[in-house]
Design a protein around this ligand. Structure first.
Ligand SMILES: Cc1cc2nc3c(=O)[nH]c(=O)nc-3n(C[C@H](O)[C@H](O)[C@H](O)COP(=O)(O)OP(=O)(O)OC[C@H]3O[C@@H](n4cnc5c(N)ncnc54)[C@H](O)[C@@H]3O)c2cc1C
Length: 280
């Protein structure tokens, strides 16, 4: 299939892009195009205009700040993976990005694109939620920062307003007694996961003191399961107990790869895999 007709605007400045977007509700942002262009070609989206921000300067910074790491929206997955700051401070993000698609897609696809698209099967939205990241958007009234957990409102739905563009993400640094552990189950390397889990774990003398579990490819957004985390911390892992708890916390949605029941089973298994990783 071919994409429907649309007009094209190459933004030269961020304020131009914001102004243009605020004037046309049907116009959408084009960053790396790795999700948007297939969606257009499959006629899953029919915008009036693509506002191309890919050539905007200063939106692909990756920098270490006092207590956080800032990743600019236009940093590609490859730039993030190859950044010395990320390799040193966030090795878990490098491992996660290795599972995102293939090199050709990672060379074009952007960090901000993945966060703004809000694909429930994508790794980065779940990572942002697990890390308690702040998502920074810019609009007609200036910049606004949104907690990642409040940013995802539903299936491909985020809190970005019609005049706003995502400009960067601020990730708090991982403390010495914290770890990020990641597991996903997919049919082939580079495929979207059938189910995935990112856990932020706080330990004290090698016991788990605090656990944040964020699942992806399970429901309509990154799923945080606080009740199940508490059960794991207090009582350890028991397949049937965890499965029951997850089924009450996540509204599982099946897809082409796996049914709701399969996803519930995989999510339950993923917790045991995370716990095994922590033992090693
Ligand atoms: C074959 C294939 C396999 C893939 N596998 C995976 C995978 O396993 N895991 C995974 O996570 N991803 C996967 N992806 C998606 C890939 O990671 C994309 O790069 C990413 O999701 C979107 O980034 P982009 O820069 O290409 O965004 P685009 O495609 O340009 O845009 C995507 C959406 O986000 C909006 N948008 C983009 N940037 C902004 C911004 N700064 N502000 C506001 N809105 C914005 C656009 O309007 C559009 O709606 C895959 C893609 C393909 C084609």
């Amino acid at each position: 299939m071919k994409a429907p007709d649309f007009s094209y605007y190459e933004a030269e400045t961020l304020s131009d892009a914001i102004k243009f977007k605020s004037q046309d509700d049907e116009a959408i942002i084009l960053a790396g195009g790795q999700s948007l262009l297939p969606a257009l070609n499959m006629r899953l989206s029919s915008p009036s205009c693509l506002i191309d921000i890919s050539k905007l300067k200063d939106l692909n910074d990756i920098r270490l700040e006092d207590n956080s790491i800032y990743i600019g929206a236009l940093a590609t997955h490859t730039q993030v993976m190859e950044s010395s700051i990320i390799i040193e401070k966030f090795p878990s993000l490098v491992s996660i990005l290795k599972m995102v698609a293939h090199a050709a897609i990672r060379n074009k696809g952007t960090h901000g694109g993945s966060i703004s698209y809000g694909d429930p099967a994508a790794e980065l939205p779940a990572f942002a939620v697990a890390m308690n990241a702040e998502i920074i958007v810019s609009g007609l009234n200036g910049n606004r920062s949104i907690a990642a957990e409040d940013f995802y409102l539903g299936l491909f739905e985020t809190d970005i307003k019609s005049d706003e563009i995502l400009i960067g993400i601020n990730y708090p640094l991982v403390k010495n007694n914290e770890k990020i552990v990641f597991e996903e189950i997919c049919r082939r390397h580079g495929d979207y996961a059938m189910a995935g889990l990112i856990a932020k774990v706080k330990t004290y003398q090698s016991t788990i003191e605090k656990l944040k579990l964020v699942f992806f490819a399970t429901g309509d957004r990154p799923n945080v399961t606080s009740k199940t985390s508490e059960i794991v911390v207090n009582n350890g892992y028991e397949y049937s107990v965890i499965k029951k708890s997850l089924s009450s916390e996540i509204d599982f949605a099946g897809d082409l790869n796996s049914s709701e029941e399969m996803k519930l089973h995989l999510a339950t298994i993923l917790i045991s895999k995370i716990l095994k990783k922590l033992e090693n």
